[in-house]
Design a protein around this ligand. Sequence first.
Ligand SMILES: Cc1cc2nc3c(=O)[nH]c(=O)nc-3n(C[C@H](O)[C@H](O)[C@H](O)COP(=O)(O)O)c2cc1C
Length: 180
Amino acid sequence: MKVIGISGSLRKGSFNTLALRAAQKLAPAGMEVSVAEIAQIPLYNDDVRAAGEPAAVSALKAQIRAADALLIVTPEYNFSIPGVLKNTLDWLSRPPEPPLDGKVVGLMGASPGQVGTARVQYHLRQVMVFMNAFVVNKPEVFINHCAGKFNEQGELSDEATAKVIVELLGSMQKLMTRVG
Ligand SMILES: Cc1cc2nc3c(=O)[nH]c(=O)nc-3n(C[C@H](O)[C@H](O)[C@H](O)COP(=O)(O)O)c2cc1C
């Protein structure tokens, strides 16, 4: 099973990108998690789309179509979805061939705050209803107080967080089997 992962942060030292890398390492047997970049996705403009989908958007759509599931690992900005991620999702929602229709989606997020991206994940769940994606319900992966959960090498050092990431990937595997 192939999972494509997206980080909602473009920052070099991003905790969310580190969490995505941790998920790559924690992937169970039979699952491969690869990473797609969203830095090159242009600002959404329907005139641009109508004139011909940008290459970066087509490439990302193709990567998602080729995968069995999408793993979104994102920070929370102002209690909601970071603009770069929402912009990407807006492109993915448009024709031709929106790739999230019927796709399994897993959500994770890291934040220095107390609730560890709970609010953005519920906003993402709402967006995914329109996309007609199948979002894994449980477990929820809220990596709070994130600075203390990665070591100096940027590796996930918190066992409880590793455990819940493994559980999420397992739930994605199960849902992929059921959704087909
Ligand atoms: C514009 C902006 C808004 C933010 N809003 C929130 C927020 O609503 N909730 C939260 O927990 N953290 C918030 N933060 C702090 C981020 O969680 C923190 O910068 C985090 O490290 C970003 O993720 P990253 O390390 O993957 O880049 C915000 C940061 C920025 C830059």
